[in-house]
Design a protein around this ligand. Structure first.
Ligand code: URA
Length: 278
């Protein structure tokens, strides 16, 4: 059925935003309607011959060259192996960043604007790991700069810390389209890099912000409601460090009642840091 009227530009943009399309992927717009039309291959089934002639919609030329398709075509196990091999060769954080930037095994790289590697002090004794960059982080190229980042800054300030005294990264370094939750496969592909990042930073205390970070890094299926506030041992490969899962600041923005428990976790983190220096 034809709509009674065409949507206005504002309505169309609002629809895109609601559908998760909230940033441009390329510098210049692509007029897909103006693209050369290529006929799809015709079906070869013998029974098709007796069917009335049918044409599939044309595939625009620009839609046929999607770099993400190449990453998606890499079998996940091969991508995980490649990530392990690459991450293992990084001797410094700069090398790790360069290797990650050159890594094509995760399709998220091709829809994000840029790599979001880390922020803060690589010599810090506290390292925090979030889930994945959002829109603001994708623009800035730094983790936790949006609304949840502002809350994270206030949480750190409450225990006397700031970005000069902590190191912050995410398990996924590229923004998932529309801020969707990363798939388990994407997480597994990116995990070797964050594990190496933790090993190179070598903090005394590791904090996993939210479920995907806690479950991925601490290799548990338990949810954040059960794991938060409880110390775990994290083996970096060279040493065991204490790790604590706690709520993600974005969750605390949605559910402020849990800030009380987050404050308990922050106090435990402050105490652990003090004990590690004494
Ligand atoms: N949420 C995250 O998990 N990480 C960011 O960098 C921003 C928001």
């Amino acid at each position: 059925m034809m709509p009674e009227r065409l949507p206005t530009l504002q309505e169309l943009l609002a629809f895109y935003v609601e559908a998760g399309v909230d940033c441009a992927l390329e510098e210049t717009p692509v007029n897909r309607l103006a693209d050369e039309v290529v006929s799809p291959p015709q079906p070869t089934l013998t029974s098709e011959r007796s069917l009335p002639e049918r044409t599939l919609p044309p595939v625009p030329a620009s839609a046929r060259t999607v770099p993400a398709a190449a990453a998606a075509a890499t079998p996940p196990d091969a991508a995980i192996m490649a990530a392990r091999e690459a991450a293992g060769t990084a001797a410094t954080l700069d090398e790790l960043r360069a290797l990650l930037d050159a890594f094509d095994g995760c399709a998220l790289k091709f829809t994000a604007s840029r790599l979001v590697f880390a922020d803060g002090n690589p010599q810090a004794r506290l390292m925090l790991v979030g889930e994945a960059p959002g829109r603001d982080e994708d623009i800035a190229g730094l983790p936790f700069v949006g609304r949840s980042g502002k809350l994270l800054d206030r949480m750190l300030a409450a225990i006397g810390l700031d970005r000069t005294s902590v190191y912050i990264a995410n398990i996924i370094p590229w923004r998932p389209p529309g801020n969707r939750t990363p798939t388990p496969q994407e997480t597994q592909i990116c995990l070797p890099f964050i594990r190496r990042q933790i090993e190179l930073v070598n903090p005394d205390v590791l904090v996993c912000l939210g479920n995907p970070s806690s479950q991925g890094i601490l290799n548990t299926r338990e949810g954040i409601m059960r794991t938060r506030g409880r110390w775990r041992d994290y083996d970096t490969g060279t040493r065991t460090i204490q790790a604590m899962p706690t709520f993600h600041p974005a969750y605390l923005l949605r559910s402020p009642a849990y800030k009380r428990l987050a404050w308990q976790d922050l106090r435990a983190i402050r105490k652990a840091l003090a004990a590690a220096t004494s």
